[in-house]
Write a protein that binds this ligand. Structure first.
Ligand code: PNS
Length: 157
């Protein structure tokens, strides 16, 4: 079975993330969306809520599973026999850090990274920008999956 992981903070998942997950689900037999548990980083949504939103948003994709992980991504992947990370690249500004992480991951355990070019419709999109827009009452329709938009509406009212 060909497996990959789409890792991230997903605080919250955006339509840009979802586009990458959907495309990975066409390339691999099983896609694990790995939500990073990072106790030192302040987040708007709890890990449990982020997982719930991801599960709702990917419910129609039969080969996508959502999980959380703590520690090194390479350890998580090695334990689950996942040889590939799939990541979206929005712009050149993403490239430096993503390249470093992919090279470090490859150096550590041989984990490979496949970069997909983000759909230009979403190249400006990030979780932090979406949170800022929602916080000040802006409309995030079309930027995030519907379960996320609804949670923003209740969370920030
Ligand atoms: O959505 P993000 O915050 O940009 O995702 C970053 C993520 C989760 C992919 C990255 O921080 C990560 O893999 N963290 C796990 C810890 C780890 O493996 N660090 C070494 C990376 S080379």
């Amino acid at each position: 079975m060909r497996r990959c992981v789409c890792p991230g903070s997903f605080d919250p998942v955006t339509n840009g993330h979802l586009d990458v997950i959907e495309r990975a689900s066409r390339l691999y037999d099983e896609v694990t969306v790995g939500v990073l548990v990072n106790a030192t980083k302040t987040s708007l949504f709890e890990v449990g809520e982020r997982i719930e939103m991801l599960r709702e948003a990917t419910a129609d994709l039969g080969n996508v599973v959502v999980d959380s992980f703590e520690g090194l991504l390479v350890d998580y992947c090695r334990d689950r026999d996942i040889p590939v990370v799939v990541k979206g690249l929005r712009a050149v500004s993403d490239f430096d850090y993503e390249l470093q992480m992919s090279q470090m991951n490859n150096r550590l355990t041989g984990l490979e990274t496949l970069f997909v070019a983000t759909n230009p419709e979403y190249s400006f999109l990030s979780s932090s920008l979406v949170k800022d827009v929602a916080k000040w009452g802006g409309d995030v329709t079309g930027l995030v999956p519907e379960p996320v938009r609804l949670r923003f509406a209740t969370r920030l009212q």
